[in-house]
Ligand binder design. Structure first.
Ligand code: ZN
Length: 286
């Protein structure tokens, strides 16, 4: 395993950790202020959310690079299917393409996809996944034009109804392998996979280079809210070292991105304190 105990240059910040992506949360730091604070502390990269930009993606991407960091990701495409997907589907495709354009402008390493929940009235994970698959096949030629990597992220099964009919790494690997396109990869997030004893075996089925992101947080044993009560690494029950070990064994050596939605705790703390804690926990418990 890579040794991060004295080197956190592989650490990335997902700006959600500072509460910016949800109205009324966080201290409202601008992307510029986040870039400076992360660069100062030796973070290696930042993942932004689309809502943080007002047509200034190129400038923010360049500023991140000039500060010595990468943009490791952009969150995210619209939901592709299910009750939260834009309707009609043409409108979803327009928004999907806009997210690809934004990722290209930012020079982001990947664009994250939460695929959306079970298609209404289908009562079927299987057919919903088939819809996702055909949408991905339709959009990949557009992603090719700008070389943007798409990362499908399987979510915890608790989100199956509305946010993601892709709920296991098994299904994500199946989809990735069956579509078999150089720009389609998967993202692994501790919050979604910590419970899965087959994680290592499933990731082994991926060809090298097919993991586009690794997201850090923890699962709190007494979690109060399945969306907005993620734990800081070390505060929960996930076997963080084991998860990173199997992700690395599957060939991943990219950034480890802290992504903590925490309305009741971390979003209430001063951002500088949160960033410092991310570094300390990354070096000690991840
Ligand atoms: Zn994630």
């Amino acid at each position: 395993m890579l040794d991060f105990s004295r080197d956190h240059s592989a650490l990335a910040l997902n700006t959600a950790t500072l509460g910016h992506n949800v109205e009324g949360h966080g201290e409202g730091w601008s992307p510029e202020r986040i870039i400076d604070a992360c660069a100062e502390r030796g973070f290696g990269a930042i993942t932004f959310w689309r809502r943080e930009f007002a047509g200034d993606e190129v400038e923010i991407g360049e500023r991140t690079k000039a500060a010595g960091m990468d943009v490791c990701g952009l969150c995210r495409t619209p939901f592709l299917v299910g009750p939260l997907a834009p309707a009609p589907q043409d409108a979803m495709i327009v928004d999907f393409k806009a997210s690809i354009d934004m990722a290209a402008a930012l020079q982001a390493h990947c664009l994250t996809i939460c695929v959306g929940g079970v298609v209404e009235n289908s009562h079927s994970m299987r057919s919903s996944l088939a819809n996702v698959r055909s949408i991905l096949e339709q959009i990949l030629p557009y992603a090719e034009q700008s070389g943007v990597t798409l990362a499908i992220e399987p979510l915890n099964p608790v989100y199956g109804g509305n946010r993601s009919c892709l709920v296991t790494v098994r299904d994500a690997v199946d989809m990735c392998n069956s579509i078999d396109h150089a720009l389609l990869k998967i993202a692994v997030d501790v919050y979604h996979v910590w419970w899965d004893l087959s994680l290592g075996d499933e990731l082994e089925r991926l060809p090298d280079g097919k993991i586009a992101g690794y997201h850090l947080c923890d699962w709190l044993p007494d979690t109060q809210d399945i969306l907005l009560d993620r734990g800081m690494m070390g505060d929960g029950v996930a076997d963080l070292k084991h998860i990173r070990q199997v992700v690395e064994r599957a060939g991943y050596d990219g950034y480890c991105e802290v992504e903590i939605f925490s309305a009741g705790n971390w979003w209430k703390k001063p951002p500088a304190e949160v960033l410092d804690c991310c570094i300390e926990r990354f070096r000690t418990v991840c």
